[in-house]
Structures are given as C-alpha cells and as structure tokens.
Design a protein around this ligand. Structure first.
Ligand code: ATR
Length: 283
C-alpha cells in the first residue's frame, strides 16, 4: 500500500531530445504550464546525436518516461520511429511530440504547424491569405509549417533551400495541398520582395548566416524566425532588421504555442499561453 502511494506521488517524466538542447526554454515553459494547471511532472533535456537518437528515446520510455518533444535534427527520424501518428504528423512527415502509450506503442504528433499559425495569426495578428510568402529551409521545421501555410491560402508560396533537391521533395510531397515553387537561394536574387519571409533553416543555431539576398525584404515585409535566442535578436532577425523589414520576430511565441499543444496531447488540459509568453519575454 505504502509503495503504491509513493508510486502515485512520483511526477510524470517528460523531456526534450535534440542536438543542441542546452539553451532550450522548453523546461521552463512546461514547468510554468504544470504549475498553472496543477500537474505533477518533470521536464528534462536530453542531448543526442542522430546515431544515439533511437536508443535514447527507447531508454527514456523504458525508464518510465511519458512523452518527449523532439527538435533539430531528429524530427524526421521521430516520424519513422513512431508506431502510430496523428494527422498533422502524417501530413508533415515530421514529428515533434512523442507519447509513450500504455500498450508500449509510441505515438507521434506534430504541433509545430499549429503553434506557428497561432503565433502568426493570433498573437502577432499577421494575415497569410492572399500574401506572397517565402520559406527559407526545407528540413524538419519547414515540413511542420508548410501544410498550415498552404491551408492559409497565400497568393504565392516559394520554398528556397541550400540543397534544391530537398525543396523539390517537399514541393512534390505537399502538391495535393497546393502549389509551392521550389528554388535555390541564388534564384531569389531577382524575384522581388515578399510580404512574409519565414526562416526555417537551422543555420543560426550554428552561428551561420546563409546568403539570402536583401532584395527579398521590402519596407512592408514581415519576417519570422522559427528559431529564438536567449538574449537579443537571432542572426536572422538582426539580418531582417538591417535589410529594412517592417517587422522581424523570433519564434518564442511559436515555441510556447507548440508546447501548449504538446501539453494538451499529453495531459488533456490546455494551458494559458499569453502569461507564459509574457514571463519569458520579461526574462
Ligand atoms: P530542422 O528540424 O531545424 O529543419 P534539419 O532537418 O536538419 O533541421 O534541416 C535544417 C535546414 O537548415 C535545412 O533546410 C538546411 O539546408 P540543407 O537542406 O541544404 O542542408 C538548412 N541549413 C542548415 N545550415 C545552413 C546554412 N549554413 N546555410 C543554409 N541553410 C542551412
């Protein structure tokens, strides 16, 4: 009896797995959600290379873990690892939320797209309908947001990537949802300014700045970086401001929104995101 009571009072374990993860704000976000909704849980950071990824996930599940968030560069590997998947994950071909189910199965979901859309349209008040939209990068992060962008009826959606073939693959994958023009960075030189430019490359994480031409940004262009930084602007946001963008935002709001959706999948409770975004912005 005593043992069972102890077991019942043990917090449920969750974690973020990626490389790098040490600067992540996800543990703070999930502990604020847990406090707000009175949930008993812990949230850890697990650093794993692509070679270590699958074993690290299975070890965490075997140790009693209940779920994981997955970040760069493992979102496509997480998709392959999942035994069953939610519709957004199926559509994206990428998974950022794993749930370890009672029957031993692993469920994969993708909450990046919904988190992105909520931050852009609800929190920032940007509209996508009828706009010229450019997405930079064609990895796991881009996969999560492209279906939601296509469903938002932009006038034009251009996908530019360093490796053109990856952009072409996503163009073909999402063809049933709408039209994407796949191009290399060089081809952006003479296509003019966009209404919205989204950075979905992981270049900033490595302290690199890809060679985007300034001409993609005009004075009414709004730029959004899926990445966020712990202090100050991300390299892409700094670049966008220098290029004269009307607005340049980093992905902190998206991070909180996608986390809230993961929290809902795991706990069945939808936390308030506004107070958490305010707390993070304040420091
Ligand atoms: P994520 O889950 O963040 O999308 P990923 O699947 O590893 O991570 O994809 C990383 C993306 O950032 C890719 O589009 C990658 O371009 P390639 O497909 O050509 O590799 C892009 N990227 C990473 N570093 C870059 C750099 N220095 N310059 C340009 N693009 C870069």
């Amino acid at each position: 009896m005593i043992r069972r009571m102890n077991e019942a009072s043990r917090p449920d374990r969750y974690a973020l797995i990626g490389q790098p993860v040490h600067h992540s704000r996800s543990p703070v976000i999930h502990s604020l959600f847990a406090k707000q909704t009175d949930q008993h849980l812990t949230y850890e950071l697990i650093e794993a290379s692509p070679e270590e990824f699958e074993k690290a996930v299975r070890d965490f599940a075997a140790d009693g873990g209940r779920g994981m968030n997955v970040t760069v560069p493992h979102k496509e590997a997480a998709f392959r690892l999942a035994d069953r998947r939610g519709p957004d994950a199926e559509q994206a071909g990428a998974v950022n939320t794993l749930s370890f189910e009672a029957d031993g199965g692993i469920r994969g979901d993708n909450t990046d797209g919904i988190g992105f859309l909520r931050d852009l349209t609800r929190n920032l008040g940007w509209s996508l309908e009828g706009r010229r939209v450019l997405v930079l990068g064609a990895g796991g992060a881009a996969r999560g947001i492209l279906p939601k962008l296509l469903q938002s009826a932009p006038r034009e959606l251009v996908l530019a990537n360093r490796t053109l073939q990856r952009a072409e693959e996503l163009k073909a994958r999402f063809r049933p949802l709408g039209r994407i023009d796949a191009v290399s960075f060089d081809a952006l030189d003479d296509v003019g300014a966009f209404d919205i430019v989204v950075n979905a490359t992981s270049a900033g994480l490595k302290g690199e700045q890809p060679p985007f031409p300034r001409s993609i940004v005009g004075k009414s262009t709004r730029c959004y970086d899926l990445a966020y930084s712990r202090g100050g602007d991300t390299p892409f946001v700094a670049w966008a401001r220098a290029a004269g963008a009307a607005q340049a935002e980093q992905g902190l709001g998206m991070l909180v929104e996608q986390a809230a959706e993961s929290f809902f999948i795991w706990r069945g409770i939808r936390p308030d995101t506004q107070s958490v975004i305010r707390a993070l912005v304040a420091g």
